[in-house]
Design a protein. Structure first.
Length: 117
């Protein structure tokens, strides 16, 4: 997944990032930890615009199944397991719409605590 973000971290980098975790690492924790280290990567607008290419109605959302198909068949392909892990903590509404604007915010700034929501 990191390679698809233009990063190819070595084992030492990943280990140091994982050691910062206060407990088990789930997807939200991963985004928080990795987001803190993304300072030199694409700004939020660039990431949002990449998702927006697939948002035909300009709603800020992409259908979960459509996104799954894109992630597993185009570019640096994700495995089904990687997509499942991403979707487990991703902002997806009850209609199956992936909110890429919120996801981009999480990616760059970390997940909100439950108290902040």
């Amino acid at each position: 997944m990191l390679a698809s973000l233009g990063k190819n971290p070595d084992d030492t980098y990943l280990e140091s990032m994982m050691n910062e975790a206060p407990g088990p690492i789930n997807f939200t924790m991963f985004l928080t930890l990795f987001g803190e280290r993304l300072q030199g990567t694409d700004p939020e607008e660039v990431i949002r615009n990449a998702f927006a290419c697939f948002d035909e109605d300009n709603t800020g959302q992409i259908n979960e199944e459509k996104l799954r198909e894109l992630l597993t068949t185009m570019g640096d392909r994700f495995s089904d397991e990687e997509v499942d892990e991403m979707f487990r903590e991703a902002p997806i509404d009850k209609f199956g719409n992936f909110n890429y604007i919120e996801f981009t915010r999480i990616l760059k700034h970390g997940a909100k605590d439950k108290d902040e929501q």
